[in-house]
Design a protein around this ligand. Structure first.
Ligand SMILES: [Zn+2]
Length: 94
């Protein structure tokens, strides 16, 4: 039997259960923060790509709305709106 000074408790396993829980929480919190930052980066990139496409449509056709039909814009908007289903197979038209 071992004794955890921090939690003033005895334990029979390799680590005090509460120390183990704290370690898990710290690890998951760090992972959540990492993923959250990654999400912001990807969201910012997606919005930029949509904007580039709107500009391209405007330059090409004097109509930015044409980009709304382009596959890349549709896929990015679906992802931004939390449609987590993987994008359907697209024809290679955009
Ligand atoms: Zn402990």
């Amino acid at each position: 039997m071992s004794y955890c000074v921090k939690h003033a408790t005895t334990f029979h396993t390799q680590t005090c259960e509460r120390c183990s829980d704290e370690s898990t929480i710290a690890r998951l919190t760090a992972e959540a923060e990492r993923l959250s930052a990654r999400c912001v980066t990807l969201e910012t990139a997606a919005l930029k790509v949509i904007e580039f496409n709107l500009r391209e449509a405007n330059d090409r056709y004097r109509d930015a709305n044409r980009a709304n039909d382009w596959a890349c814009v549709r896929v990015l908007r679906a992802a931004l709106h939390n449609d987590l289903a993987p994008p359907a197979k697209e024809d290679s038209d955009g």
